[in-house]
Structure formats: C-alpha cells, structure tokens
Design a protein around this ligand. Structure first.
Ligand code: HEC
Length: 164
C-alpha cells in the first residue's frame, strides 16, 4: 500500500459518504413532501361545548347603547317565547292551535265546527255575542279559550273561522 492508494481510497470513501448524505437528504425531502398535512378535525359539538364553557357568564350593558341592546335582546327573547299564532289575525290558525282542543270533539257540549248547535247559537247571539262569550268565557269554556294573550280581534277571527 503506498501513498497513492491511500489518497485514492480517501477520495472514493469521502465520495461515498457525500453521496450517502445527499441520498439521505433527498429521502428526507421526499418524506416531508409525501406527509399529509396534519388536519385538525375539530368535532363541531366539542367546539360548541368548549365555546359554551368559556363563554362569559353575563354581559354588562351600560349607557343608552347598552339599554338599546338590552331591549333588543329582551324583545328577541319574547318573540322566541311567544307562540307563532300570537298576533296572527288568521282565524284558522287561532282556532287550530287553541280552540280545537275542545271544539273539535265537542268537549263538554262545545259546539263543533259547522254544527247545528253553533248555527243556532249564531242565530241567537250574532257574531258579536259569540265573540263576547269567548272573551268572557261561557260555563266550561274559560275566558279567551284559556289564552289571555290573544286579542279580541284574534278571538273574533277564530269565531268567524268557525262560522265559515
Ligand atoms: C276548554 C275547552 C274550550 C276551549 C279551549 C274553547 N272553547 Fe269554546 N266552548 C267550550 C264549551 C264547553 C262551550 C259551550 C258552553 C255552553 O254553551 O255551555 C263553548 C262555546 C263556544 C261558542 C259558543 C258561545 C255561545 O255564546 O254560545 C263559541 C263561539 C266558542 N266556544 C268559540 C271558541 C273559540 C273561538 C275558542 C278559541 C279561542 C274556544 N271556543 C275555545 C269549550 C271551549
């Protein structure tokens, strides 16, 4: 073994080492490019629960802006709580949600839709008289059919619907 052999060996050996390093680097780059993007697959209900848990317990509303916001929020709550028929002047809607409970089956002698009894009562009392019976209640029928939130107009519309 002479000096020439040694340097030839060292050149070849370092060539191999460098080649391996390049190869390793290429593999690392390839692996990184093939790796799928980590997707954070958040469960929507978990997110919602987390948001509820960290939500402020109460808000502070102050000044006229705050009062307006409070009034708006209260109106929204009321609107959400009020049944859809409140304020509706559609007699069929009122009848079908409130009055039908008794009048469909004729509970306790409640005159049914289109019945002779109802026609007879109408002949006796007229629309106003029948509406007044509903407003004030009549025997088993509670005042306003048990719905004090309904207006006279709504009750009248319901009576009109019954007489159609
Ligand atoms: C809890 C049951 C009940 C509900 C709810 C009810 N009614 Fe009646 N209604 C009756 C009964 C019972 C009578 C018959 C009363 C009698 O003649 O003794 C009656 C009678 C009537 C009469 C005839 C009144 C008269 O002067 O002869 C009308 C009109 C009437 N109801 C309309 C309505 C309308 C409109 C509603 C809904 C807003 C309604 N009722 C809800 C039980 C009910």
């Amino acid at each position: 073994m002479n000096q020439n052999d040694d340097s030839a060996f060292i050149r070849r050996f370092s060539g191999i080492i460098i080649g391996l390093m390049v190869f390793t680097g290429a593999i690392i780059v390839l692996a990184l490019s093939l790796r799928p993007e980590p997707t954070i697959d958040a469960n929507p209900s978990q997110v919602r629960f987390a948001e509820e848990r960290v939500a402020p317990v109460a808000g502070v509303r102050e000044g006229s802006d705050g009062q307006a916001a409070l009034a708006a929020a209260q109106a929204e709550t009321l609107a959400a709580a009020a049944p859809a028929e409140a304020g509706a002047l559609d007699g069929s809607q009122v009848y079908n949600t409130v009055c039908t409970a008794c009048h469909a089956a004729g509970v306790a002698g409640a005159p049914q839709l289109g019945s002779d009894l109802l026609a007879q009562r109408f002949a006796e009392k007229g629309l106003e008289g029948l509406t007044n019976s509903v407003i004030n209640g009549l025997n088993v029928m509670p005042p306003r059919g048990g719905r004090p939130d309904l207006t006279d107009e709504q009750l009248k519309a319901a009576v009109e619907f019954m007489l159609q």
